[in-house]
Design a protein around this ligand. Structure first.
Ligand code: E4P
Length: 215
């Protein structure tokens, strides 16, 4: 499973990229708003750091405007992927864009049927939102499992991005269930690196080394 960073913060993206673990970045209007910066500028900076798919979301609700926005965003960099919410207009825009070889990441996916429709319309990626389902007492991980099974049954090329990840266990479970990608907030990426036994192990090795270093 590949790891994308779910962030629009340039420092976080630079750091995660320096660790060599991320293969792409996802943004959304809320993540952009958190940075309080110009959208296109942020996307341009991300694309200059990370060599992989960079999802940038449209905010129009009708397909014609979605396509126009997408074409503008796609011109920023060849790695830009257009994030479009799953609606009838979104599907229409996805069909048009996929025929123009502009990749779509269909977002706000909360059911297997929505994921199937997105794949049929030509989306390169679908983003099932695990955490937001868990938040309302529904099984987010079950959605990854079902979607992965359906895509496998019919050899669909669309890649599953486990999104709305809240903690490291979500990442492990998504990988076990066959998500192609997990998009992970920087805090979760930091948690994934940590283990108390690693910290204790380093401390012990250094303490032991102190006793022999001058011998
Ligand atoms: C990424 O594609 C999604 O927009 C993001 O993971 C949503 O996360 P949230 O539910 O924590 O806002």
């Amino acid at each position: 499973m590949l790891i994308f960073l779910d962030s629009a913060n340039i420092e976080e993206i630079q750091q995660a990229n320096d660790w060599g673990v991320i293969s792409g970045v996802t943004t959304n209007p809320s993540l952009i708003a958190k940075e309080g910066r110009n959208f296109e500028q942020v996307v341009r900076e991300i694309a200059a750091i990370v060599d992989g798919p960079i999802s940038a979301e449209v905010i129009s609700l009708d397909s014609e405007q979605m396509v126009k926005e997408a074409e503008t965003l796609a011109r920023i960099h060849p790695n830009i992927v257009i994030k479009i919410p799953i609606t009838p207009e979104g599907l229409k825009a996805t069909k048009i864009l996929s025929r123009q070889n502009i990749k779509v990441n269909m977002t706000l996916i909360f059911s297997t049927n929505q994921a199937l429709l997105a794949a049929r319309a030509g989306a390169a990626f679908v983003s099932p939102f695990i955490g937001r389902l868990d938040d309302i007492n529904q099984d987010g991980m079950g959605l990854i499992e079902e979607t992965a099974a359906v895509f496998r049954n019919f050899n669909l090329d669309t890649q599953i991005i486990a999104a709305s990840i809240r903690h490291p266990l979500h990442v492990t479970q998504a990988a076990l269930l066959g998500a192609h990608i997990a998009t992970v907030p920087f805090k979760v990426l930091q948690q994934m690196v940590k283990h108390p036994l690693t910290d204790a192990g380093i401390e012990k090795f250094l303490a032991d080394w102190e006793t022999v270093k001058n011998k």
